[in-house]
Design a protein around this ligand. Structure first.
Ligand code: S3P
Length: 430
């Protein structure tokens, strides 16, 4: 796929529903008693894998249209083991949250598999705490497939060795059927969609500065849930409109949970021109509209404390920093190596191929900023949706455009990404 430069990015747009919240709405919906009505569902290859997974567990999901689902939950202990393995495809959030949900389904045996990328990602981070809770979980040397035999679970207090919302969520979901209060201690706060949604469904959640606890629940009920736009899908366009001169872009209805919007703070420090207006709540989460105007950026340093709230946007930060005045650094981001690809190597390789001065280090990047348009060229997405979108955004800001290998993988989180780019191109031409 070839993406040509743009001379300005103007207009109004919206992005699909948040992927993290969409996964959770379907998974929690399956554990609720009765019907959960989901609107604004973020349909993608990942979230479709979640619909298929709960169906395999005996849950009925009606899809009224792309964005509207009704999930008919069977209660906290109502999931039935399918004869075949559950294929989690490329979805890390699905496999890890599901492991937590299934660990306490007594007397049943489940097998979880995934594609080659998911099979290469670490699963010991979920099997270890679940085993401490008494779960019977086998893995292939810390990797998929996972074989889970539902057992009675014990409450634990678990200190996360890595800041991971997926692991925290797996433990909290297992804690719903444990024999007491389960607590997760976080080194750095991570996205809190699971605890917000569990509380909305009637679970007892106790939040403290560095930890969160869940008490065993008798029943859950979500009722209605409206999913706000995905900040991680808005982020490529925020960076594009910042880098392409003469831009003025509005992005409407975006989730602005502060544990997700670290990129906004980083960009603000770099001199970006992003304004939030129409602040409101959607599904009990902060949301709003964004106005992005182009800006000259200056270098900054990003450290570990900021990493979880910007984790999926860090490749875009590296692109922005490579176009800024001065040298930037990002450290404490070793987790990027455990994503859909090794995003430290993938980002550095891709941006270097476009003429940018980016050096990979063990836990991040050193970036020499050159305040000019990237040259352009050809990049490998490595089958990683966020790297394909990085290439497309670099293309918009480039002089010669970018050829992206295996660009279709954007469908993992954002199937309409290239159509949206085309509509912005038409709007700019008017
Ligand atoms: C996610 C958490 C993050 C993030 C992923 C989605 C979630 O992963 O990178 O895209 O929905 O909980 P980790 O929790 O492993 O950091």
């Amino acid at each position: 796929m070839r993406v040509e430069p743009m001379h300005r990015i103007v207009g109004h747009m919206a992005v699909p529903g948040d992927k993290s919240i969409s996964h959770r709405a379907v998974l929690l919906g399956a554990l609720c008693d009765g019907e959960t009505r989901v609107t604004g569902f973020g349909r993608s290859a990942d979230t479709e894998a979640t619909i298929e997974a709960v169906r395999a567990l005996g849950i009925t999901v009606y899809e009224y249209d792309d964005e509207t689902l009704h999930v008919f939950g069977k209660g906290l202990r109502g999931l039935g083991a399918p004869a075949k393995p559950i294929d989690c495809r490329n979805a890390g959030t699905l496999v890890r949250l599901l492991a937590g949900m299934l660990a306490g389904q007594e007397g049943q045996r489940f097998t979880l598999t995934g594609d080659a990328s998911l099979s290469a990602r670490p699963m010991g981070r979920v099997t270890e705490p679940l085993r401490l809770m008494g779960a019977a979980v086998e893995s292939e040397d810390g990797h998929l497939p996972l074989v889970i035999e539902g057992r009675p679970l014990h409450a634990v207090t678990y200190e996360l060795p890595v800041a991971s919302a997926q692991v925290k969520s797996a433990i909290l979901l297992a804690g719903l059927s444990a024999d007491g209060e389960t607590t997760v201690v976080e080194p750095v706060p991570t996205r809190d969609h699971t605890e917000l949604m569990l509380a909305a469904a009637g679970a007892t959640i106790v939040r403290r500065q560095t930890s969160v606890s869940v008490r065993p629940a008798a029943r859950l009920a979500l009722g209605e849930i409206e999913i706000p736009g995905d900040f991680s899908s808005a982020a490529p366009f925020i960076v594009a409109a910042t880098l392409v001169p003469g831009s003025e872009l509005h992005i409407h209805g975006v989730n602005l949970n502060p544990r997700r919007t670290g990129l906004l703070g980083i960009l603000a420090r770099m001199g970006a021109n992003v304004t939030v207006y129409n602040r409101r709540q959607i599904a009990g989460e902060p949301a709003g509209d964004l106005e992005v105007r182009s800006a000259d950026l200056v270098a900054t340093a990003v450290t570990g404390a900021e990493v979880p709230s910007a984790i999926d946007e860090l490749p875009l930060f590296v692109l922005a920093a490579s176009c800024a005045h001065g040298d930037s650094v990002l450290r404490g981001a070793g987790e990027l190596r455990a994503k859909e690809s090794d995003r430290i190597e993938a980002t550095a390789d891709a941006l270097r191929a476009l003429g940018q001065h980016v050096r990979a280090v063990d836990d991040g990047f050193r970036i020499r900023g050159v305040p000019a348009r990237p040259h352009g060229g050809r990049i490998a997405s490595r089958g990683d949706h966020r790297i394909a979108m990085l290439g497309a955004i670099a293309a918009l800001a480039s002089r010669r455009g970018v050829e992206i290998e295996d660009a279709e993988c954007v469908a993992v989180s954002f199937p309409g990404f290239f159509e949206l780019l085309d509509s912005l191109r038409r709007e700019a031409a008017e």
